[in-house]
Design a protein around this ligand. Structure first.
Ligand code: NAD
Ligand code: WQD
Length: 342
């Protein structure tokens, strides 16, 4: 059984990926410092798959600790690196925390990999690297735009750090995955997104408003050059997204990569407006959302959606779930959180 190290594996996307890796027959070791997650997530994963992944509470900033861990779990076939700080607004307030956490964690792993014979590396990047693209849908060949936030900048710098390391001749191969907007939860509602404090992202704000935790959803902007005036995004189901990581790992492990660093867009290829999300949520859940259209949010991109055809053809991966079922899964998860008082 091949062993995969998942950093940030107790987090939102990481936990769903651990489930899919286990289901595909991989043995998983999770490393997480629990800065934005709870150890209970490991129980949720275990309830879904029937297999308890190894869990190590460790900070990826701890070079020595990571080294010991790679010695303890020898023969790691690939690392999937989710661990990072990800709140755009907070990154503007605390840039050094973001640069340190996101860059140094990555550098530590890349330095340690050759020392422990780990050759394959999957990195969590983001569509944020495209800014507002000149043409839509956006392909992987579109130029990256100057980052709008320190968080976005860390993703660009991290992509470069990975590419430069691979080009330097280090015995490392990598796949950079650019996620669009991951939403929803596992259909079992055993795992999902755990937003701390007031959610900044649309879907947790929608579900918390529907649950009565927030009085009202603000729809940011009605005067964009889009059919209904609200922003457009490519919302991708988190389980679909998780499955792409399994395929990416398998691609490297079976020697199918076409170059030592490959980049893939992970999106559905469909753009959906904020108002369409609100309407779809109301339709699928039967819950009326209290919302108000307000002014634009600073720094928002007007519209972006993926051209996922490279991932579709090369990885043989495709996003399958529709937005209605995905929103229903987010609602089921919110109801479970509300019931358990979280
Ligand atoms: P998340 O916060 O739920 O998960 C990240 C996990 O990493 C958390 O469990 C956190 O405790 C852990 N972590 C953070 N710093 C760590 C460190 N130094 N050492 C060990 N563990 C650490 O976030 P997520 O939404 O699952 O995002 C996962 C990755 O995907 C991140 O790299 C994020 O930037 C990227 N990404 C997320 C989105 C999104 O919208 N959620 C979009 C594009 C890219
Ligand atoms: C989606 C749409 C908002 C909240 C962010 C990061 C990006 C990536 C994904 C990591 C926008 C609107 C939102 C609300 C609203 N993360 N909205 N009312 O901004 O596309 O991307 O998360 O890499 O880097 O920037 O996602 O969920 O915040 O917003 O109207 O209360 O919903 O204006 O149009 P975004 P989001």
């Amino acid at each position: 059984m091949q062993r995969i190290l998942v950093t940030g594996g107790a987090g939102y996307i990481g936990s769903h990926t651990v489930v899919e890796l286990q289901s595909a027959g991989f043995e998983v070791v999770i490393v997480d410092n629990l800065s934005n997650s709870s150890v209970d997530v490991v129980d949720g994963i275990t309830r879904i798959t029937g297999i308890r992944p190894a869990f190590e509470k460790l900070d990826c900033l701890d070079y020595e600790g990571l080294g010991k861990l790679l010695t303890k779990y020898s023969g790691i076939a690939a690392i999937i690196h989710f661990a990072a700080s990800k709140a755009v607004g907070e990154s503007v307030q605390r840039p050094l925390l973001y640069y340190r956490n996101n860059l140094v964690s990555l550098i530590n792993l890349l330095e340690l990999m050759p020392k422990h014979g780990v050759e394959n590396f999957v990195f969590s990047s983001s569509c944020t690297v495209y800014g507002q693209p000149d043409a839509l849908p956006v392909t992987e060949r579109a130029p990256r735009k100057p980052a709008e936030s320190p968080y976005g900048n860390t993703k660009q710098i991290c992509e470069d750090i990975v590419s430069d390391t691979v080009r330097s001749g280090a015995k490392v191969k990598s796949i950079l995955l650019r996620y669009f907007n991951p939403i929803g939860a596992h259909p079992s509602a055993e795992i999902g997104e755990l937003p701390l404090g007031v959610p900044q992202n649309l879907i947790p704000f929608v579900t918390q408003t529907a649950a009565g935790i927030r009085p009202k959803l603000s729809v940011f902007g009605s005067d964009y050059s889009t059919p209904d005036g609200s922003c457009i995004r490519d919302y991708i189901n988190v389980v679909d997204l998780a499955k792409a990581h399994v395929v990416a790992a398998q691609r490297m492990l079976t020697g199918k990569s076409k170059s030592a660093v490959e980049t893939f867009n992970l999106g559905t290829g469909r753009g959906v407006s904020v108002l369409e999300v609100v309407n779809a949520f109301e339709k699928v859940t039967g819950v009326k959302l209290n919302y108000e259209v307000v002014g634009r949010r600073a720094g928002d991109i007007e519209q972006i959606w993926a051209d996922p055809s490279y991932a579709n053809t090369e990885l043989g991966w495709q996003a399958k779930e529709n937005i209605e079922d995905t929103l229903a899964s987010a609602w089921k998860w919110q109801q479970k959180l509300t019931k358990s008082g979280k």
